[in-house]
Design a protein around this ligand. Structure first.
Ligand code: CO
Ligand code: CO
Ligand code: CO
Length: 326
């Protein structure tokens, strides 16, 4: 669901007032943070969606990596996961089995365990996980604690939404987009460990609202301004070619419409600007790091084999909540 529709639906809910709830849904953060004792907090998050690729095993991997990512984005460690699956039995149970196996293998790689789940019959398959994690109270990384002077680092190329919709329409094959599929199936664990080692101000993972949609959530609370350097954004080359032909997912246009005047283009991008709003599945971490620790973060990412370490912009005082693309 797009950010505008979601906001409207959530407006029906009264604010939660539990003292132990340190982060709820009001700041659009990646996971809820619930104080457990004087040292630890629980992290809870859930994500599920229809297939983004054809091969069921790969879909399971991507969906699990995406769900686990919300725990990593908060600086936490995943502990347990519950499967959520909707499935038409006409597709064959081996198909469902492959999806679950893909998810299971990713959860195992994360060091967490699958402890159960729930499955319903549905015309369109859907799969995802509810993940519970743990984080030290003094190490919680929220999406909104950005500070003036921070630099923004991003850890996966953009364009997965465009590639997945082109795959659905038969414009590309799974083999054509395999590098993007493998990247989407890659856990954000290594990137998260690097950021925890260095110490950063804020982080979120880039998913359905696109790069600029999630960046907008980061600057909304502290009333700061973000600047994005258009030519520094890592993009899948094939996604650029497809977007140039005008093949853009509806979700990208919804995200762009929702952000409206909060995004100011000061330059003409060398690629279709809709790419900056493209909904990602299991996208990279967007990390807001004090400039003095930038080099340490880049080195820590490199040491852990995180291939994409793009310095894409910064946070400053200025027009509150505005994103300038330069
Ligand atoms: Co998230
Ligand atoms: Co999520
Ligand atoms: Co049940």
């Amino acid at each position: 669901m797009g950010p505008g529709d979601l906001k409207q639906a959530l407006s029906w809910l009264p604010p939660e007032e539990a003292e132990e709830l340190l982060v709820g849904f009001d700041t659009s953060d990646d996971a809820a943070v619930y104080k457990f004792d004087d040292t630890y907090a629980l992290l809870q998050t859930v994500d599920f969606f229809p297939p983004v690729v054809d091969t069921p095993y790969l879909f399971g991997q991507i969906s699990a990596a995406n769900a686990l990512s919300d725990v990593y984005a908060m600086g936490g460690k995943p502990l347990t996961a519950l499967n959520l699956a909707a499935f038409p039995c006409s597709l064959g149970l081996d198909h469902l089995g492959e999806i679950l196996k893909g998810g299971h293998d990713k959860v195992k790689e994360s060091g967490a365990v699958v402890v159960g789940g729930h499955t319903i019959q549905d015309n369109e398959p859907k799969y995802g996980l509810s993940v519970t994690g743990i984080v030290r109270l003094d190490e919680v990384v929220t999406n909104s604690n950005v500070k003036a002077g921070d630099v923004l680092v991003f850890t996966k190329p953009l364009g997965m939404g465009i590639l997945a919709s082109a795959l659905k329409r038969g414009i590309v094959t799974e083999d054509d987009i395999m590098p993007a599929i493998e990247t989407a199936a890659t856990l954000n664990r290594a990137a998260a460990e690097a950021m925890m080692e260095v110490g950063v101000n804020a982080c979120t993972d880039i998913t359905g609202f696109g790069l600029l949609g999630h960046l907008k959530e980061m600057i909304a609370v502290n009333g700061l301004k973000a600047t994005i350097e258009a030519e520094k954004i890592p993009l899948w080359e094939l996604a650029i070619e497809i977007a140039i032909k005008g093949i853009i997912p509806g979700g990208a246009r919804d995200n762009q419409a929702y952000l409206g005047d909060s995004v100011v283009f000061k330059t003409k991008t060398a690629y279709p600007p809709e790419m900056l709003f493209d909904p990602q599945t299991s996208g990279g971490l967007l990390i807001s790091v004090p400039e003095a620790r930038l080099q340490a973060l880049l080195a820590a990412l490199e040491t852990r084999g995180v291939g994409t370490r793009a310095v894409i912009g910064r946070i400053d005082e200025g027009a509150p909540g505005i994103i300038e693309v330069v």
